[in-house]
Write a protein that binds this ligand. Structure first.
Ligand code: GLN
Length: 279
């Protein structure tokens, strides 16, 4: 079978299983199966694919047909300027979360040697993207999940920032180490009741990274409480929020002594991020 016929077969299986991005996904999985980039695929549509690679490709298509996210199948995801290793123990980095990086970099433009804390570090995408841009910043990441810390450790090595990175397994309530110039967090903020109804894809990701309790704000509250203790005076705090949480989160922040600098909308024009400063 040549590349084109295999791609079409893959695509039609995905369409039959209601996968919206069937064509693109078929190409990505082919690229994984034959270990070549997309350009090679487009330029070599009539090249024969080895039987072994076809079998591998078909297995990957079957996984995608069950709605497993592409990033989990190919075990990586691009975020900001870097590629992060992911698996089913970490939230897959979302393009919308890149606005936290943009905001952080604006704030620290002329700063040196800042201490940054990422609460719920997951894959490490937020903390590590900032550390890569700011060569003399020191980062601390905490997470409640040991399995996610294994992934962030690998990403720290891959991005060669291990000498400026400390990772701790800790529940937010028990973490009392250090004082930080900048705290960032993308905590779980989805309401328990809504979590069940969300797209099929999300079911493959760790609930612990998504479940914000009954009102969606239970983890956000804890993160803000603890950040108000761990942050230096005039330090900045940047948090990702759900599209309908802006006013409630602003109130929680003000009650803990934060001044709201701005809220930022995501690519779909939803409120997604609050930038605040500890007064
Ligand atoms: N933005 C994510 C989603 O909609 C949720 C991430 C989170 O709970 N922190 O899937």
């Amino acid at each position: 079978m040549d590349i084109q016929s295999a791609l079409e077969k893959g695509q039609s299986i995905l369409i039959d299983n209601n996968i919206i991005s069937a064509k693109l996904d078929s190409e990505i999985l082919m690229s994984q199966a034959i270990r070549e980039d997309k350009k090679f695929i487009i330029l070599n549509l009539h090249k024969e694919v080895k039987k072994r690679d076809i079998d591998y490709f078909e297995n990957l298509i079957q996984e995608r047909a069950k709605s497993k996210p592409i990033a989990q199948i190919i075990k990586k995801k691009d975020f900001w300027k870097y590629e992060f290793i992911v698996n089913n123990n970490v939230l897959i980095p979302r393009p919308d979360t890149e606005i936290l990086i943009e905001q952080a970099l604006k704030l620290v433009k002329n700063k040196n040697r800042l201490q940054i804390l990422d609460i719920g570090v997951g894959s490490g995408c937020i903390l590590m993207s900032i550390l890569k841009e700011k060569k003399n910043f020191i980062g601390t990441g905490i997470d409640i999940s040991n399995k996610s810390l294994q992934i962030s450790k690998v990403n720290g090595q891959k991005l060669r920032i291990n000498n400026r990175l400390r990772l701790f397994k800790s529940n937010i309530d028990n973490f009392n180490t250090g004082k930080y110039d900048l705290i960032v967090s993308n905590p779980p903020y989805i309401k328990k009741s809504i979590l069940k109804c969300l797209e099929k894809d999300i079911g493959y990701e760790p609930k612990q990274a998504l479940d914000g309790g009954l009102d969606g704000l239970s983890e956000i509250r804890k993160v803000i409480n603890k950040s108000s203790e761990l942050i230096k005076r005039n330090g900045h705090f940047i948090i990702e929020i759900g599209f309908d949480q802006k006013n409630k989160v602003k109130k929680i922040l003000r009650n803990k002594g934060f001044y709201i600098k701005k809220t930022v909308k995501d690519l779909s024009n939803h409120d997604r991020c609050i930038v605040s400063i500890k007064t």
